[in-house]
Design a protein around this ligand. Structure first.
Ligand code: 8Y7
Length: 277
């Protein structure tokens, strides 16, 4: 499988790692805006060296209960980082945002993939992605970041997530975005209980059967806290096991904070998968 980017393609025949680069004040800016920029770009260099094919730059925390960030603030955080990574590194930059204005500026600065946890439902978002010919990751979320973990409910979580993503993919295609520029993501932890998350991972093949590349993000997520009783800093091993299984079930991209370990895990998983052929 390939993913069509604005001016090149990304080969997904081997699973790819997307490294998380948060440019929120709590993550980097203890020394002001420029110190924050340097630290963020340095982190991007490190993740690229560890084998990340994609760097996902995000300026608004989408963690459960997080407060929204103004458009101006998000632009100021994200755009300079995207620009510098594109200038200094040969990797795909993805912009993690729900806001069309941020998508627009980030794509103009060199981002080739829009990672939208709101699946391009904001007015103008589809048109913005189309104009830049950007690839798009459509993620499923029940509710809004502020309230999504209050009481997530589904009849058939796998069917509902799959139907939602199929419908968003159709809306994107109707809006002029090429089908081979789309990626689907079940949105682990976004309006889901631990049982919902388990079920979505276990049946990831049902999502992959839609025929579009699948991205999964599980690194450090609270399901490991809920199911295994582990604090944030001790969730690496279950995250790697889950990433391996996700690739086994058809995921093509894994979004993670722990790039080197995930690259090794997916490399091994791929070699075992290939030995089945
Ligand atoms: C995901 C994500 C987050 C995910 C995609 C975290 C921005 C929470 N999680 N984007 N973003 N998929 N596509 O723990 O699972 O990293 S933020």
């Amino acid at each position: 499988m390939i993913l069509q980017l604005p001016a090149r393609t990304l080969d997904l025949s081997a699973p790819m790692v997307m490294g998380v680069l948060n440019v929120t004040p709590d993550s980097f800016s203890d020394g002001g805006r420029y110190a924050g920029l340097d630290a963020a770009v340095q982190r991007a260099h490190a993740m690229h060296g560890e084998g990340a094919a994609i760097i996902d730059v995000g300026g608004e925390s989408t963690r459960p209960g997080a407060a929204p960030v103004s458009e101006q603030e998000e632009l100021e955080r994200v755009v300079p980082v995207v620009e510098r990574i594109r200038r200094e590194l040969d990797c795909v930059v993805s912009v993690d945002t729900m806001k069309p204005a941020v998508m627009d500026a980030a794509c103009a600065a060199g981002a080739e993939l829009i990672n939208d946890v709101y699946a391009l439902r904001a007015p103008g978002a589809i048109e913005t992605a189309r104009r830049h010919r950007a690839a798009v990751c459509l993620m499923h979320m029940q509710g809004q970041p502020r309230d999504m973990q209050r009481s997530p409910q589904y009849g058939d979580v796998v069917g509902e997530v799959r139907d939602f993503l199929a419908q968003r993919a159709r809306a994107c295609e109707a809006g002029g975005i090429a089908r081979d520029s789309l990626v689907l993501d079940p949105g682990i932890g976004f309006g889901k209980t631990a049982a919902h998350n388990l079920r979505l991972i276990a049946r990831l093949d049902a999502l992959a059967s839609l025929g579009l590349p699948v991205l999964v993000g599980v690194s450090r997520k609270s399901l490991f806290g809920q199911l295994l009783g582990l604090p944030l800093e001790e969730r690496l091993y279950p995250g790697l096991a889950t990433a391996a299984l996700a690739v086994w079930l058809g995921a093509g991209i894994v979004r993670t904070h722990e790039v080197a370990a995930t690259v090794q895990t997916l490399n091994m998983t791929k070699q075992i998968l290939d030995a089945r052929l």
